[in-house]
Design a protein around this ligand. Structure first.
Ligand code: SF4
Length: 326
């Protein structure tokens, strides 16, 4: 069953150039189609600037959508306008941010931070709220003594546990985790990743897990979508993507992941040039400016999706059949 369906999503936003002050239009999401199945961890991977975080914000209704639709449990949530409807949606879908330092109000004690969503969304007695708060803080591996302290009294890993507890307080079905471990020390990352895995299993949660770290993605996710300049260029089961990557961009990303504990000595495929600016998208296949396989048609025409298995798909002219233009 699909919890979330994203159909031909497009998001633009404007930005000001630092030097000239000129306003520029950024094409952040350019026709994303994606389904999130109940109970899975779907990872979104790609370089910084590929549109991963904008996609997360689109799902959370934190940015305006230019085109397309987002359905949650079959209901179009792209047009939610009233505070009441948006609050109702946030009871089911929550977000964990990259930086636990900035996502917790430094002037509030942890108990008050966790109580706030319950006061806004539920009609519960103080005793009932305290029971839920103590249960959630326990589920993230912390003692209830933390409730009387301020965020600055905790380490980065402990703060991220508190942020996770806050995301659980309304008992959501879906959590959007945007680079949830990238601001943490490497030694703490594994603890938080294992906590998210345990929570998914024990609380029957679904995750959209956004990361640039393919080692983390390989460990935690059930499926992976690879994003490039606001498009999904390849999607598949995690095992399919890591054992048989098809898109030249996916192949280049994976070739740079260290192969710990194997004798494999894959040489990294270097990507030519920088990620093009989303203000000036290349025509045709958006990867053609950096692809060593690119031919003329790639420069003018966008490739359609090719299906390798029902779950493994990729957009690249290399895999078109005998009618291929390559
Ligand atoms: Fe490379 Fe062409 Fe495939 Fe794009 S469509 S990834 S440019 S071969």
């Amino acid at each position: 069953m699909n919890l979330l369906e994203i159909k031909d999503l497009k998001v633009d936003y404007t930005t000001k150039s630092g030097v000239s002050g000129e306003t520029k239009l950024v094409h952040a999401i350019n026709g994303v189609n994606l389904e999130v199945k109940k109970g899975e961890i779907l990872a979104i991977a790609g370089e910084s600037g590929c549109g991963k975080s904008t996609l997360a914000k689109s799902i959370m209704r934190l940015v305006d959508i230019k085109g397309g639709e987002i359905d949650y449990r079959g209901d179009n949530i792209s047009n939610l306008r009233s505070l009441k409807d948006i609050r109702h949606f946030y009871q089911k879908v929550q977000m964990i941010f990259q930086n636990p330092y900035s996502s917790l109000n430094p002037k509030m004690k942890i108990g008050a931070i966790l109580k706030e969503p319950l006061i806004i969304n539920k009609k519960l007695s103080s005793k009932e709220m305290n029971k839920i708060i103590e249960e959630k803080i326990g589920q993230v591996g912390l003692d209830k003594s933390v409730l009387d302290k301020y965020p600055h009294e905790f380490s980065g890993g402990q703060r991220q546990r508190i942020a996770i507890a806050r995301s659980l307080i309304l008992e959501p079905e879906l959590i959007i985790a945007d680079e949830p471990v990238s601001a943490l020390d490497v030694s703490i990352q594994a603890q938080i990743i294992n906590l998210l895995k345990d929570l998914k299993k024990n609380l029957d949660l679904t995750f959209v897990f956004i990361s640039h770290d393919l080692s983390v993605i390989k460990y935690i996710s059930d499926r992976v979508a690879i994003m490039y300049l606001g498009e999904i260029v390849e999607i598949g089961q995690t095992s399919e993507i890591f054992s048989s990557p098809k898109h030249p961009y996916t192949q280049a990303l994976l070739s740079s992941v260290p192969q710990i504990g194997t004798d494999e000595n894959k040489s990294a495929i270097s990507l030519a040039g920088e990620l093009p600016s989303p203000e000036n998208l290349p025509p045709g296949c958006k990867f053609h400016t950096r692809c060593s396989h690119a031919v003329d048609v790639c420069k003018t025409t966008s490739p359609q999706e090719h299906e390798f298995t029902p779950s493994h798909k990729c957009k690249c002219f290399l895999y078109l059949n005998e009618n291929s233009m390559i």
